[in-house]
Structure formats: structure tokens, C-alpha cells
Ligand binder design. Structure first.
Ligand SMILES: CCCCCCCCCC/C=C/CC(=O)SCCNC(=O)CCNC(=O)[C@H](O)C(C)(C)COP(=O)(O)OP(=O)(O)OC[C@H]1O[C@@H](n2cnc3c(N)ncnc32)[C@H](O)[C@@H]1OP(=O)(O)O
Length: 279
């Protein structure tokens, strides 16, 4: 994927400078050590290969810069945090493309789930499937209180199956029984339901999502990094190791599953339904 980096905006020093790429805007505040990362892949922030690649690069840059200890993930697109994996990357392409795409999805999850940074999701829009997965890798989730902003792993509604590491991430967050129902039924939760089941940690009015994320971040930043990072590692490493041990097999599973005629038909029909919704 071709990555175009954005120019820093004119400002009065580091904290006023933006950086990032075409699809991932980064607003750093060196003074507080917190950066706000905004996805900008209109119309719905679908996780195309380009967006995944730029996300990984931007995250790596922040991880390697000791100035930053916390990142808030949010959307620059109105009403959608992320529509999840880009269905056009999984439809009508060849096996090599599917393999490359899935490797990038894995890579992003691996980096996010064990990130040394404090990650907070400021969910300011709809958050299905892969969008929900990204929020689940964060240390804390704040969802805007809007009945249109549904969140959940709805893969079964598309006739596809959430892979084991999506499932593990959900189980680690809301527990086994709630995950069993949520995954099989492909549940998309309203904000109040998401809060009740523990899928998000706070639901706040839409105009307070970012300010709430910043104040929650201050609390997490007050904890010494080494102690917090080792604790996070202790909680999450087993889950990450499961995928690391079988990364290639997981790619092969994905490629053969997604290449099936029946799955391709389901995905095409789902995409058609999304397009017809407008007309
Ligand atoms: C045992 C075997 C195991 C093997 C393992 C295999 C594992 C396979 C698992 C693969 C995992 C997949 C996880 C995913 O993330 S799949 C994606 C699921 N996403 C969704 O269901 C969301 C679909 N989108 C929506 O519901 C809505 O778009 C929205 C996000 C609620 C926003 O609604 P809004 O009304 O604002 O916008 P529109 O619906 O009109 O959409 C605008 C245009 O964007 C296109 N679109 C939407 N979502 C996607 C997407 N995910 N990918 C690509 N394109 C998308 C939509 O078609 C519109 O396009 P148009 O302008 O051309 O009409």
C-alpha cells in the first residue's frame, strides 16, 4: 500500500504539531504524553489494507517515541467509529491477497493487544465487528450515548465466523456465557446494553466522549509504566501467544474459509444489502 504522510500543521511547538498519514491523523500532546489518533477513511472507516498499514505505522511511531505513554483511538468520520474489516478486501480477490490482508489484520491486533501504551477507545460512532475488535484491544472504552451507535461482533449475521482470537478477546472482556450468546447471535448492543454487559466501561453524551477519554487517561497515566505494563502483559500474553503459535495456520484457515463459493456469495449479498439500504 502507498502511504502518504500528512504535513505537520503550523503551530507553536511540538504539542501543536499533527502528524500521521492520509488515513490516520495523529494529534500529539507532548506535554501530557498523550496522542489522539483519528481514523479517517471515509465514509465508514472500513479497515482496508491501506488503513491497517497506516494504523500499524502510526502506532509503531508512537510506541518508539518515549514522549508518548497514552493514545486515544477515535474516528474522524461522522457517526461511525469503524465499520470493521473492509468487505471489498474479502470479496472477489485471489488467495494471495486474502493472505496478505489477513496477515495485516493479525499484525494490528497483536500490536494493539499487547501495546505498552495506555490505549483508550473514544467510540464516537457505530462500532461493528472489526471496529469492535479494535476497541476491545484497548484498556478502556467510552461509547457515545446514541441509539444508532451499535457495538458488537456481528460476524454470524454476515454468514461468517469470528476467529478464535476475536472470540478470546471478547471472552476476556465480558466473560464466557455472555460471549457465547453475543457471538452466536451476532449481537449488536445499544449503548446501555453494552455498558450492562461490560463491553464498554462508560457511556457518555456524544459531545463528552473525547473529554472523558482525556480525564480517564490522566488516571491511567498516574500509574508507573513498568508496573502497569507488566500487569497488562500478565493478563493478555496467553491470549496473544495462542495466535502467535499458529499464525500461518490461521492465515490458511482464513484463506480457505473466505474463498469458499458459499462464503463469497454471503458476503456479496451482504454488501448488496448495504448498498440497497440507501435507494
Ligand atoms: C471455522 C473457520 C474459521 C475461519 C476463520 C475465518 C474468519 C473470517 C472472519 C472475518 C472477520 C470479519 C470481521 C468484520 O469486520 S466483517 C465486516 C462487518 N461489518 C459490518 O457488518 C458493518 C457493515 N456496515 C454497516 O453496518 C454500516 O455501513 C454502518 C457502519 C452502520 C454505517 O452506516 P451508514 O448508513 O452510515 O453507511 P452505509 O451503510 O450507507 O455505508 C456507506 C458505504 O460504505 C460501504 N460499507 C459499509 N461497511 C463496509 C465494510 N465493512 N466494508 C466495505 N464497505 C463498507 C457501504 O456499502 C456503502 O457503500 P456505497 O457508498 O458504495 O453504497
Amino acid at each position: 500500500a502507498t502511504i502518504r504522510r500528512t504535513e505537520p500543521t503550523a503551530g507553536s511547538g511540538d504539542s501543536a504539531r499533527r502528524f500521521g498519514t492520509q488515513r490516520v491523523l495523529v494529534e500529539p500532546d507532548a506535554a501530557s504524553g498523550v496522542a489522539v489518533m483519528k481514523f479517517k477513511n471515509p465514509p465508514v472507516n472500513s479497515l482496508s489494507l491501506e488503513l491497517l498499514t497506516e494504523f500499524i505505522i502510526s502506532l509503531e511511531k508512537l510506541e518508539n517515541d518515549k514522549t508518548f505513554r497514552g493514545v486515544i483511538l477515535t474516528s474522524d468520520c461522522p457517526r461511525v467509529f469503524s465499520a470493521g474489516l473492509d468487505l471489498t478486501e474479502m470479496c472477489g480477490k485471489n488467495p494471495a491477497h486474502y493472505a496478505e490482508y489477513w496477515k495485516a489484520v493479525q499484525e494490528l491486533w497483536l500490536r494493539l493487544y499487547l501495546s505498552n501504551l495506555v490505549l483508550i477507545a473514544a467510540i464516537n460512532g457505530a462500532c461493528p465487528a472489526g471496529g469492535c475488535l479494535i476497541s476491545l484491544t484497548c484498556d478502556y472504552r467510552i461509547l457515545a450515548d446514541n441509539p444508532k451507535y451499535l457495538i458488537g461482533l456481528n460476524e454470524t449475521l454476515l454468514g461468517i465466523v469470528a476467529p478464535f482470537w476475536f472470540k478470546d478477546t471478547l471472552v476476556n472482556t465480558i466473560g464466557h456465557r455472555a460471549s457465547e450468546q453475543a457471538l452466536q447471535l451476532g449481537l449488536l448492543f445499544l449503548p446501555a446494553e453494552a455498558l450492562q454487559v461490560g463491553l464498554v466501561d462508560q457511556v457518555v453524551p456524544e459531545d463528552q466522549v473525547l473529554s472523558t477519554a482525556l480525564s480517564v487517561m490522566a488516571r491511567w497515566m498516574a500509574i508507573p509504566d513498568h508496573a502497569r505494563q507488566l500487569t497488562k502483559n500478565m493478563m493478555r500474553k496467553t491470549t496473544v501467544d495462542r495466535l502467535v503459535k499458529q499464525r500461518d495456520a490461521d492465515i490458511q484457515n482464513f484463506v480457505s474459509f473466505i474463498s469458499r463459493d458459499s462464503i463469497q456469495k454471503s458476503l456479496q449479498m451482504y454488501l448488496e444489502k448495504l448498498k440497497q439500504k440507501k435507494g
